[in-house]
Design a protein around this ligand. Structure first.
Ligand code: PLP
Length: 353
């Protein structure tokens, strides 16, 4: 088609983001009733959000555009930062999308330690910039080689890292931030399941942004609400590049405020998930230690074969082949409720041991 020539050339380098499989799709494909399917492929929280969220959503005015001030105040109070430093977006995906447009363009590079969340690569390419990949297994020294690259615009660090589950220590993060002029985006999507956050470091550096989400610990993946804490100068520019209303809705604003008013609920579900994570870790020697709500498991057989067999049993896990540099022998499983985890463990023992 003639109009193909109108497309930006970078699209040739892109593939659609690969998400975990959905219940509807697996039910249709394998003829399994939806209620028999356990969805452990997308790192969602099986306990969902605080009951306060449902009440708040029911009252959200659907005919009005959203007002974001009270949500930003709630996030500021939860994180201990000034409102001027809070960025919001439609999921952390939305925040990353807007932020990357501030710093990445043709001729600029982003540094991405792999395997990791694949959206960093997608936004880099969409901005016309070039992703530089460094394998996490090669250690920090490899990363450091690129930090002084004049063309470097952003560094994406995910901690706890999706899909491997490991965290980066404070010294390592400080050393990365201090060794580069680029903007370091520290993705803390899973931080509530870890021991500690590095968010306070934003007070000390003018090139560090910490991303967070309401999708994981707060159980609001379906609402699409994310945020970041940034130095004020970046926050100011972010507001110029963000879509109207930051891509939020009256329901996402109401849900966010309600969830943040009941942090106790979130902490209880996090405790349950952490206890289950440790129980599963003690049963699966092939799993790496994890500080997220998921386990990264090495499989003797190819991960696509294992994943497919699990799907046939109605257990959705993530085949990690879609993560650059994860290889062909890893699956990622979300820590679910005890009942869901039993279903996974039964399938795992049957197929992998
Ligand atoms: C590391 C990481 N960052 C960001 C996101 C996106 O989060 P959100 O649902 O807020 O867009 C995810 C989602 O799985 C993730 O794993």
């Amino acid at each position: 088609m003639e109009r193909y020539s109108k497309l930006r050339a970078v699209l040739a380098d892109l593939k659609p983001y690969v998400a975990g499989k959905g219940i509807e799709e697996i039910s249709r494909r394998y003829g399994i009733p939806p209620e028999r399917i356990v969805k452990l492929g997308s790192n969602e929280n099986p306990y969902g959000p605080s009951p306060e969220v449902k009440k708040a959503i029911a009252q959200a005015p659907l005919n009005l555009y959203p007002e974001t001030d009270s949500l930003i105040r709630s996030i500021a109070s939860y994180t201990g930062f000034h409102e001027d430093q809070v960025l919001v977006g439609s999921g952390m995906d939305g925040v990353i999308d807007t932020l990357s447009r501030l710093f990445l363009e043709s001729g600029v590079r982003s540094l991405i330690p792999t395997p990791t969340f694949s959206f960093y690569e997608i936004v880099t390419i969409l901005c016309g910039a070039e992703p530089l990949f460094v394998k996490r297994s090669h250690g920090l020294s490899h990363l450091r080689e690129h930090l002084s690259d004049e063309k470097l615009g952003m560094v994406f660090i995910c901690s706890p890292n999706n899909p491997t589950g490991e965290v980066m220590g404070e010294d390592e993060i400080r050393s990365i931030v201090e060794s580069t002029d680029a903007i370091v985006f520290l993705d803390e999507a899973y931080v509530e399941f870890a021991e500690r956050s590095m968010i306070d470091l934003v007070n000390e550096y003018d090139n560090l942004v910490v991303g967070r989400t309401m999708s994981k610990a707060f159980g609001l993946a379906g609402i699409r609400l994310g945020y970041a804490i940034a130095p004020s100068w970046i926050a100011e520019e972010y507001r110029k590049a963000a879509p109207p209303f930051f891509g939020l809705t009256t329901t996402s604003v109401a849900a966010g405020i309600a969830a943040l008013s009941d942090v106790e609920y979130m902490l209880r579900s996090v405790d349950l998930i952490k206890a289950e994570r440790e129980r599963m870790l003690s049963e699966i020697v092939e799993a790496s230690p994890s500080w997220g709500n998921f386990l990264y498991i090495e499989t003797a057989e190819r991960s696509d074969v294992i994943t497919e067999r699990m799907l046939r049993r109605g257990v959705i896990v993530r085949d990690c082949r879609s993560f650059r540099d994860a290889g062909d022998h890893h699956i990622r499983v979300t820590v679910g409720t005890p009942e869901q985890n039993v279903r996974f463990l039964e399938a795992y023992r049957e197929l992998c041991l």
